[in-house]
Design a protein around this ligand. Structure first.
Ligand SMILES: [Zn+2]
Ligand SMILES: [Zn+2]
Length: 815
């Protein structure tokens, strides 16, 4: 293996700024040494000059002057466009890149309105308190008379709350406070709500899945309270770049929303390389095609999931060392804190071997740094005292680092938006920079490094939520009824399924029907947690001190905090001593082992109803409700540095039931035989297709593969055919399966391509193996999976508009 010495020669570590991106990339490639070029694609993202427009005529002089003091002489075109729409009363979402100035787009119309109408008010919602605090600083810094911005959240002292309700005209809060505090106390807020002009929903792409579905109803409850005063506030949303933001924002608010997506802010040029670590020769390879590894069941030992490629962490560490040796200021993003430390330590060692002392110029970022320490880190990196930093993602970083020479991204960060946010830290004004995405052993990573068009073309993932989820809708309607009796008109506001949900609440004795509407029957308010789901949350408690570290939602507890699990909490690693399900409590102790844990479950499934289907001859595609019974039966321990499986340990946990939404496809046995899939290979072929399909779904919807489950079988009693199911892992569904159904042809095409393009012979974690398989990845047939998907794709109707592929709003429940 080449060391840093090969590139360190002749390059003094004191250069404040290193090699140009093309030159650096050439060196990194040259030292890689494998047979195959690790670089699968290089994209030049050109610099963009930026396009300003004059201030809108309606923007008052006082506000323009305030922005000018902050250095904004004129808005970018997209800012003005969004502001104009909102000022004219159109609900609007601005969905553009990081640092494109989205806040100006909503501040401009909102503050102009507050200045023009001395009674008007604005409500600002952020997903986190930290973001609300930043926004408060920004708005307060404009020093506008009579606006009196104030945050109102769980930390606001009681003594200040009444003053804020009465006098602040720009209230900053979060959806949880709106849900738990403001809406139930609407009587105290009537003065504010009856004058509400704008609702700003910042970072609205974070409202996805079950949480997003809850927030959607919290916003409908807010609209209902305003409507009681004849008020219809304008919604102004800001989103990271995402697919079809107008539809997502429409689902979130329940209103027609216009989208502004054409980013007119300037940016520096970036050379972006996609990097696939080389396959390792020899024993890592799985046995022959379609053959089971011969280790039955979940206790199958260390044979499965052996690493086949060089690990992304090792590769990132080498790239970091080489970049630092070349005097290039580089930031490496790694998913876990432990991973970041492995990358930093490995790079330090390689550098010290080359030039003693050079390793000191690489650091790992740790959570819990004080503000001054973060500022010092920033300073050291920007001045070149520090040349390399390995860190977890930017939000946790809390360091204001932009203008670096190179950014290394270890593994697909989950969304295109995060990718650009991380890559966006490279490049000073006028200077070119380098960004490298290093693929992990994962089907989606493999697909993306071979399909640059999915990264550099149009955005692919859409923010997915499903307000019609009955497990969300019913408790939200209970909250609404507790705030004010529900009327038939309200049912329209809450949308599809609201009548059924109200009927179920009446039947359960929670609501009473009277001629004037539906009334909440209890003295106490309903207890609904926006972020929890699937049972009571489990408390995570430090055994030695009794300190409550946090909670894990009931649905995930078996997976995340079983005995022996390594559990990360705010960047600190704990190991679970015991999980007591009766007490809803997991006892843990701080420990940082050099392995991670991966729970595995076994699943059975029955079909409850079919919501919609496509009859495609020998192939059927379905969307419907299913009952899933699953049991977490064991967990694997995997070495963090290499991904190697250490062992598999059994667990004794009860089975759980889940009513959720699934997408599934069936194939006739004849069509499989005609495609050359032997009957004995059918289970392995379907199983391999299922794993890869789950791995690729995050390409279509903003979900994690851990949000989704799957099941495949050569004969399912309900479908009476070979079937592959993919289901939402949340009670009632979160919109992922629905999205998969709506984009099935593209989704399964991408799945097929990812399998076909993986260079392994018999299947590996980059294509058809799954880290959460309950069957120890057995049986799996990579060639069989390709044939299965070919049959499905040959029969499935092509989408009408192959480019769009996004489900139209309101097309659910029509089948
Ligand atoms: Zn493979
Ligand atoms: Zn499996």
């Amino acid at each position: 293996m080449p060391t840093a010495a090969t590139v360190a020669a002749g390059h003094g570590p004191d250069r404040p700024s290193g090699a140009a991106p093309a030159e650096l990339l050439r060196r990194l490639r040259a030292r890689s040494g494998g047979d195959a070029d690790p670089v699968t694609h290089v994209e030049r993202v050109p610099a963009r000059p930026g396009e300003q427009t004059p201030w809108p005529l309606w923007a008052p002089e006082e506000l323009r002057a305030a922005f000018a003091r902050r250095g904004v002489v004129a808005p970018w075109r997209h800012q003005a466009e969004a502001a104009d729409l909102a000022y004219a009363g159109t609900h609007v979402v601005v969905a553009t890149g990081t640092a494109s100035g989205k806040s100006l787009a909503y501040q401009l119309p909102a503050l102009a309105t507050l200045l023009a109408d001395p009674r008007a008010t604005v409500l600002y919602l952020a997903p986190t308190k930290a973001l609300a605090a930043d926004q408060l600083r920004a708005v307060a810094g404009l020093e506008l008379d009579g606006v009196r911005p104030a945050t109102y959240d769980g930390d606001t002292p009681r003594a200040e709350r009444e003053w804020i309700r009465r006098h602040s005209r720009f209230v900053l809060t979060n959806p949880d406070m709106l849900h738990h505090g403001i809406l139930p106390g609407h009587a105290h807020w009537s003065g504010f709500l009856r004058r509400l002009a704008y609702v700003i929903v910042d970072e609205c792409h974070t409202y996805r899945g079950v949480f997003g579905s809850h927030v959607a109803h919290v916003l409908r409850r807010l609209r209902r309270q305003c409507a009681r005063f004849g008020r219809t506030p304008v919604f102004l949303l800001a989103s990271a770049t995402s697919g079809d933001p107008a539809t997502a924002a429409g689902r979130l608010t329940g209103l027609p929303v216009a989208a502004v997506t054409d980013d007119a802010s300037p940016r520096g040029g970036v050379t972006f390389a996609l990097w696939e670590p080389p396959l390792l020769p020899g024993p890592g390879q799985a046995p022959g095609a379609g053959q089971a590894p011969g280790v039955g069941g979940p206790a199958g030992g260390a044979g499965d999931l052996a690493p086949v490629r060089r690990s992304a962490l090792r590769e990132t560490a080498d790239l970091l060392a080489d970049a630092v040796a070349a005097g290039v200021r580089t930031l490496a993003f790694v998913r876990s804190r432990k991973g970041a430390e492995v990358v930093a330590a490995t790079a330090r060692r390689a550098l010290d071997e080359a030039v003693p002392g050079l390793g000191e110029r690489v650091a790992a970022y740790r959570a819990g740094y004080l503000r001054e320490e973060r500022r010092e880190l920033e300073r050291a990196l920007l001045h070149g005292d520090l040349l390399g930093l390995a860190s977890t993602n930017a939000l946790e970083l809390g360091v204001d680092l932009v203008g670096l020479d190179a950014v290394l991204i270890c593994g697909w960060p989950g969304t295109r938006a995060s990718l650009w946010q991380q890559a966006g830290r490279a490049g000073r004004s006028g200077d070119e920079a380098l960004a490298v995405l290093v693929a992990r052993d994962d089907p989606l990573d493999t697909y993306l490094v071979h399909h640059p068009e999915a990264l550099f073309g149009r955005p692919v993932e859409a923010t997915v939520l499903d307000p019609a989820n009955p497990y969300v809708l019913a408790p939200q309607l209970a909250c609404a009824a507790a705030e004010a009796p529900l009327t038939p008109a309200d049912l329209d506001l809450f949308g599809d399924g609201a009548k059924e949900a109200v009927d179920s609440l009446v039947a359960a004795g929670a609501l009473r029907q009277r001629p004037t509407g539906w009334y909440w029957r209890h003295r106490e308010r309903p207890e609904v947690d926006l972020r929890g789901e699937g049972g009571a949350p489990v408390c995570v408690v430090e055994a030695a001190t009794g300190r409550l570290l946090g909670t894990v939602d009931g649905g995930s507890a078996h997976f995340l905090v079983h005995a022996g699990a390594v559990h990360l909490h705010q960047g600190v690693s704990y190991v679970v001593d015991s999980l007591d399900l009766d007490d809803g409590c997991a006892l843990v102790h701080p420990e940082e082992p050099d392995w991670s844990t991966h729970a595995r479950d076994v699943t059975s499934l029955t079909v409850a109803s079919v919501r919609s289907y496509v009859d495609a001859g020998p192939v059927g595609l379905f969307l419907g409700e299913v009952d899933v019974t699953s049991q977490v039966v064991s967990y694997q321990r995997r070495r963090i540095s290499s991904g190697e499986v250490i062992d598999t340990r059994p667990l004794d946990l009860p089975a759980r039931e889940l009513r959720t939404v699934a997408v599934w496809f069936t194939l006739s046995p004849e069509s499989l035989a005609a495609a050359g899939v032997e009957p004995a290979d059918v289970p392995g072929a379907l199983h391999a297709a299922e794993h890869a399909a789950i791995g690729l779904l995050p390409l279509m919807a903003t979900c994690d593969r851990w949000d989704i489950g799957g099941l495949s079988t050569a004969l399912h009693p309900d479908t009476e055919a070979p079937t592959v199911f993919v289901y939402d892992g949340h009670p009632g569904g979160a919109g992922f399966a629905e999205r998969a159904y709506g984009t099935a042809a593209q989704w399964l095409r991408a799945t097929r391509d990812a399998i076909a393009e993986c260079g392994c012979e018999a299947g590996c974690p980059s294509c058809v193996q799954s880290p959460k398989c309950g069957n120890g990845n057995n049986p799996l047939s990579k060639p069989g999976a390709l044939r299965v998907l070919d049959v499905v794709l040959a029969n499935l109707p092509a989408p009408a508009d192959p480019g769009a592929a996004l489900p139209r709003q309101g097309d659910r429940r029509t089948g």
